[in-house]
Design a protein around this ligand. Sequence first.
Ligand code: PLP
Length: 367
Amino acid sequence: MSEGLSFGTLVVGADRDIEDGAPLAPDLVLASVYHLTGDPRPGVAGYGRMDNAGWTDLERLLGRLDGGEAVVFASGMAACVAALQPFLAPGDTLLLPSDGYYGVRRVAEDILQPWGVHVRLVPTPELADGDVAGVRLLWLETPSNPGLDCVDIAALAERAHAVGAKVVVDNTTPTALGQAPLALGADIVVAADTKALAGHSDALLGHVTCRSADDAAQVRQWRTLTGGIPGALTTYLVHRGLLTLDVRLERMCASAAAIARYLHGHPRVEGVRYPGLEEDPAHALAARQMRQYGFLVGMMFEEARAARAFLDRARLVKEATSFGGVHTTAEQRSRWGGDDVPPRFVRLSVGIEPVQDLLSDIERALR
Ligand SMILES: *Cc1c(COP(=O)(O)O)cnc(C)c1O
């Protein structure tokens, strides 16, 4: 965090010098072609696949929050691929969690593996003692989606760096305000800003932030060549969403903690996962490396029927995929077939509705 200011201040850019007459709102430039005389040169926009003032505006902010150089992409997946493929070659070994976001696993197994990359999958809780010998790139996701297990970023980064591996952390679930992987020793952080960072369920966007300028240049080149660029309007919407991230998270995380506490020991719920619960297996680690425990709660019912009944009876909790939006949503992750979770598991994403209304709705749906 620069100059001792809190993230809530940085996130609205309150500390930047601003010229008279300049807008307070983010830049929105709808242009595919720019006037460019003579030779192309850095800092002068020429073509829309290479430059956009709205990206630059958002990247500056994301870079400050993450503590590195940020590059925005068309989606979280476009960002994930840009943090994988440029840093791997056939013959390299990629180690990634078997319980993380399923899209990343699919890319590893369906695209990188046939290309010649060795893919090793290890469950997040076992990564702490896992073997990193021979690994070129270590991918972490903490808390993992959807299981909400955590892994010690600093400890693993140290071990991975000792064998010359690069460490990438998918920071989607906590966001840059909830956890700072680069400060903990990671080389690259990626996030699906589609989720909480944008927060209004109306835009897809992702970003990669690199500690080193060389890595950032490779990621930027990857974007320019492969074309996974976010649209200008989407970039604007995400930037606008980011301006309120701090206040949204404050409400969402406090409500999630209250709901997790309520569900813990509830006779109709067999198990609850929330890193903020003292009883959670990930709590001690989360307390050390996270600034907030997040807004996701894992609910394990005794049987799939009970999970289904909960979703059917809830009125405020909307059945929907994805997470991190202003609306409270939930789903049986198993319905997509990609995650190793049973149908009796429900992932709850707590939104910004006042918590007493959510608690009443959940109480009624469980009755
Ligand atoms: C959603 C998600 C992604 C992919 O983001 P999209 O914007 O849907 O492409 C990547 N990683 C994690 C952890 C996610 O939850």
